[in-house]
Design a protein around this ligand. Sequence first.
Ligand code: ATP
Length: 309
Amino acid sequence: MSQTAERVSVRVPAKINLQLAVGPLGADGFHQIGTVFHALELTDQLSAAPAESLTLTLTGAESAGLPTDQRNLAWRAASLLAEHGGVPAHAELVIDKRIPVAAGLAGGSADAAAALLACDRLWGLGLPAGELAGLAAQLGSDVAFALLGGSAVGSGRGERLRPIQGGREFHWVLAVAHGGLSTPAVYAELDRRRGSDQAGAAGDPVAAVTASGVLEAVASGDPGLLAGRLANDLQPAAIALAPYLAATLAAGQDCGALAGIVSGSGPTCAFLARDEAHARTLARALAGTGSCRQALAVAGGNARATVSG
Ligand code: ATP
């Protein structure tokens, strides 16, 4: 064990999926997926300080209504790490929540990843990255990617990752919706639409993603090329549950986006811009249409969790 810290602060990114191919429903009730995760410069910040029990406080623009007990993924992450490391789960956790909730941006997963990194440092455990990734996979499908950042191919339920070396930066506008969407509800709608024979399910979702040319587009740094390679099997199901998304996607195209896509299980839509200046212009135009709660210009592809303290 290394020396314990006084207060540790971690900044951790949200994600979008540049592609999301969903395999058939498995006997275990889950789907195998093939995806390209892309970390965004839209972050939550979690701090952990020494304490005599485990406490959690949430602040920030997107914190309303979130649980501050064992139902919170950050709490669960700290508890799991303590059990694994054989130490008492004593920490004062504070999350400054900027990532919209139930938005398809994996904000809860980001907070779980942040709690693992912060408490690992606070308690002086010094676990190797592979061991932290194993705990992350137990907490949720997207937690391991929040630890890794950048851009990566995800398989299994999303917890098995292959980093995309040399992945480049792209500029996006996120159209944040007024409400949220439940990920299980969107998958259930996808299964309902596919029917009992699971028509249209990707036989090998990772092969489908790899064959699409999206990885070459990410490595090229050319937004024009990437625009034609964005794809999401969950999009029709998300639109069926939240029909206003069709109007949001149309508004983004009308405002000059190179392409638009529902992020993960939605309802956030991600619009690809030519560059940073175009993203700023696009965000202003999209906000003016009233088709979303908020339009945020963000960079993606280089974002990574950072630990200080
Ligand atoms: P994903 O894309 O990983 O499926 P999401 O971005 O759609 O997830 P989250 O913001 O992670 O959704 O929230 C999903 C649910 O998890 C929420 O309804 C919320 O109550 C619960 N939750 C637990 N802990 C957190 C947390 N720290 N931040 C956000 N949501 C949390």
